[in-house]
Write a protein that binds this ligand. Structure first.
Ligand code: GUN
Ligand code: ZN
Length: 428
């Protein structure tokens, strides 16, 4: 066992933050050797019980759950900041050409290493990621994540139509590849597979049908896709699927809405769609920096809360502009503020933080596993230095409440705030 003495942030079941100004986090192996939180609370209460446990003291530092990024494209680190007149030209002119390079395993491997380094530098310890359509891109990311013992969920992008040579796959082979990758990777160490139809416009009926069949055959794997992100995209889906009530309903018809399914964006939904998310247990990956950058539109937080479906925050790099959870939380705040009709704070700092940690974990079906520092959780955490920059130091020193402290970090924070990212290890 090992203990860490510092300020500690975690979340109660009612989603409120619990903050220990002088706390103790005790981690130790479970029956399989995996490091989990064994105890957490005020240092003065726990210190006598754990006096024999080697303790690292981090004065003026804050331990918090590692962040959970619900939607990110690892092959898109090289297209961040590519300007385009909306989603569809952005895909055609930048994204597909860049993704075509991942047919080369050496390129896929080099980018996987860079991407995982960046996640860790930004304090992200769990991610649901897109690969490209090339199985080599999936093998590269899983292999590198496994070496680091990261909790990572990803899958081969399915896209058998309306996409150029070099990224377009073939229906039957794409489904065979998916099944082989599930068998090879799902449940290995901390890795999970996600069946990954890119979005309805680039998947034939037969491919969506096959994806739905695999989702039924492997109920424990995740599903990820995009929905209702952009007006031109929606008009395209309507022309391809005129008989379906909505874009989301297409995925429903093919059996792709269920628990452990995550849909990026969810901007242009109506209340019937929102009720469908809620009743199926499908969740939204809200990607505010991407929606702002691509001019897609705004997620309606109030309508989501009224409908009661699950959602969490995501970078959506490379449509998104940053891998930093602080940037994503700030963008979510700004968008929520802009759209708000009620009095009061649209999204409080505690809600924003929860949506990028414990709430995102809940959307993945990983509540109590990651995204929190309650006893039993896997010991993935970040060490924050609230004095990492002169302005952060000045502002956080004057915080008079937990909300003020969290807000100062959300507004002023970036990778410099993350002093260290600790990944739960297992004894070999
Ligand atoms: N829709 C289909 N593919 C993509 C993608 O790569 N990024 C975003 N933002 N939306 C998509
Ligand atoms: Zn995306």
């Amino acid at each position: 066992m090992k203990a860490f003495r510092a300020a500690i942030l975690r979340f109660a079941p009612d989603r409120s933050a619990i903050y220990e100004e002088d706390g103790l986090l005790v981690v130790g192996p479970d029956a399989h050797g995996r490091q989990r939180v064994q105890a957490v609370g005020p240092w003065r209460d726990l210190a006598p019980r754990f006096a024999q446990v080697p303790t690292e003291h981090w004065p003026a530092r804050l331990l918090a759950p590692g962040f959970v990024d619900l939607h990110v494209h690892y092959p898109q680190v090289d297209v961040i900041g590519s300007p385009a007149d909306g989603l569809l030209p952005w895909l055609e002119n930048y994204t597909f050409p860049s993704e075509a390079r991942f047919a080369d395993p050496a390129h896929a491997d080099a980018v996987a290493v860079f991407f995982l380094d960046e996640l860790q530098r930004n304090g992200v310890t769990t991610a649901l990621a897109f690969c490209t359509s090339h199985p080599a891109s999936v093998n590269a990311l899983f292999e590198r994540a496994r070496q680091r013992q990261l909790r990572l969920i990803t899958g081969k992008c399915l896209m058998d139509r309306h996409a150029p040579d070099g990224v377009r796959d073939q229906t039957e082979q794409s489904l065979l590849d998916t099944e082989a990758l599930i068998t090879r990777w799902h449940g290995v160490d901390r890795l999970g597979y996600a069946i990954t139809p890119r979005f309805a416009p680039t998947c034939s009926d037969a491919q969506l049908q096959g994806a739905g069949a695999l989702a039924r055959q492997y109920p424990d794997v995740w599903i990820q896709s995009h929905v209702a992100e952009n007006r031109d995209e929606i008009a395209w889906v309507r022309s391809l699927y005129p008989a379906d009530r909505s874009y989301l309903a297409v995925y429903q018809r093919f059996g792709l809405l269920r628990e452990k399914s995550l849909y990026a964006h969810c901007i242009y939904l109506d209340d019937e769609d929102r009720a469908l998310l809620r009743s199926t247990g499908a969740c939204a990956a809200v990607s505010p920096t991407s929606n702002l950058f691509l001019g897609s539109g705004s997620f309606d937080f109030e309508a989501a809360d009224r409908a009661g479906f699950g959602y969490g925050l995501a970078s959506d790099v490379g449509g998104g502009t940053s891998l930093s959870p602080f940037h994503t939380m700030l963008a979510a705040y700004v968008v929520g503020r802009e759209g708000q009709t009620k009095k009061g704070l649209s999204l409080t700092p505690q809600q924003l933080w929860w949506r990028h940690t414990a709430g995102a974990a809940q959307a993945l079906g990983l509540e109590g596993v990651v995204g929190n520092l309650q006893p039993g959780c896997e010991a993935d955490f970040v060490v924050l230095n609230p004095a990492a920059t002169p302005l952060l130091a000045r502002r956080t020193a004057q915080a008079n409440s937990l909300d003020e402290l969290l807000f100062a970090m959300i507004v002023l924070g970036d990778d410099r705030l993350i002093e260290k990212t600790v990944i739960s290890q297992a004894a070999v």
